[in-house]
Design a protein around this ligand. Structure first.
Ligand SMILES: [Zn+2]
Length: 304
């Protein structure tokens, strides 16, 4: 799927080993490969001497040990979290206890919308509901450390609390799971929302950062072009869904089979939720209709 985006899957990294990805930024990849995480979650170390860690990663002693090894002899003053999926934030309490750093993030895990009556949240297991930052950041707030300043860039969509961080004067953005070089981002209701996600993409498209360091996969070196591909991909996906509805297909499983050709079977559930995310957005915009709230097992048709 998504052959329209020029993905980069070259990532010759050894898990839990630090390397310098760009001058002044090291990364340590957790050993948690999978269909949603690619080769593993990236934790970043910003600065030298007094440093910040962006995304501590999963609650894996080997990964936490590798991060602490990488900063031995240095002081971790700040921990930033992009979002509260279980591959990004659960190592935070241990890392905070070991370093005394202050934890910054948008806020605790939450869904983008309330559950509908009778709906269960298929994403319950993926959220880190124990996470609570010391300092809650708002869009545009700047936090400064020793030789660096990070601007919080609210980017809801993948999760409601997703925050990217722009390194001031360096044209660099820690992009979390909002934009990645190896795959499209998962936008799955109720935790994620397509209207928010598209607004966040358009917001990034209007910014000036040229290099993105994502939560999974290699650095993105031509970020404005890449964000544009992401936007075009979502518009194409929406057009495909409308095309299938126009042909008389009405339900999400049939549409997933028609438009996600050759998908990894482990991703079929996520693909269904991604189509649901588009359906929610299209219903809200009055382009399509359904009976009651948009649901994964709902019947959809073009509006009127
Ligand atoms: Zn995520």
């Amino acid at each position: 799927m998504s052959e329209d985006i020029p993905f980069d899957k070259s990532l010759p990294l050894v898990p839990d080993t630090a390397d310098e990805v760009v001058p002044g930024v090291r990364r340590v990849m957790a050993d948690n490969p999978g269909p949603f995480t690619f080769k593993g979650t990236m934790s970043y170390i910003l600065g030298k001497g007094n440093v910040a860690i962006i995304d501590p990663g999963p609650d894996d002693p080997a990964h936490i040990g590798a991060l602490l090894d990488a900063v031995r002899g240095e002081t971790v003053t700040h921990i930033f979290v992009t979002h509260t999926h279980r591959d990004h934030s659960p190592a935070t309490p241990t890392l905070k206890r070991e370093t005394g750093a202050t934890v910054y993030a948008e806020g605790p895990h939450r869904a983008a919308r309330p559950l509908h009556i009778g709906e269960h949240n298929p994403l319950d297991a993926s959220g880190d509901r124990d996470f609570m930052p010391d300092v809650r950041l708002k869009d545009g707030e700047v936090v400064s450390g020793d030789g660096w300043s990070l601007e919080a860039v609210a980017t809801p969509g993948h999760t409601a609390n997703h925050m990217a961080y722009a390194l001031k004067d360096k044209s660099l953005l820690f992009a979390g799971d909002h934009v990645m070089a190896w795959s499209t981002s998962i936008v799955a209701p109720p935790d994620g929302a397509m209207s928010d996600y598209m607004a966040s993409l358009n917001k990034l498209a209007a910014r000036s950062e040229t290099v993105y360091l994502p939560g999974h996969g290699p650095a993105i070196k031509d970020a404005p072009r890449f964000v544009n591909y992401y936007i075009l991909h979502r518009k194409a996906r929406e057009a495909s869904i409308l095309h299938r509805l126009g042909k008389g297909e009405t339900d999400i499983p049939t549409i997933v089979r028609a438009i996600y050709i050759g998908i990894d079977p482990r991703l079929t559930g996520a693909a269904g939720l991604s189509v649901l995310a588009h359906m929610e957005d299209l219903v809200a915009r009055g382009v399509i209709e359904t009976d009651g709230e948009p649901a994964i097992d709902g019947i959809y048709r073009l509006a009127g």
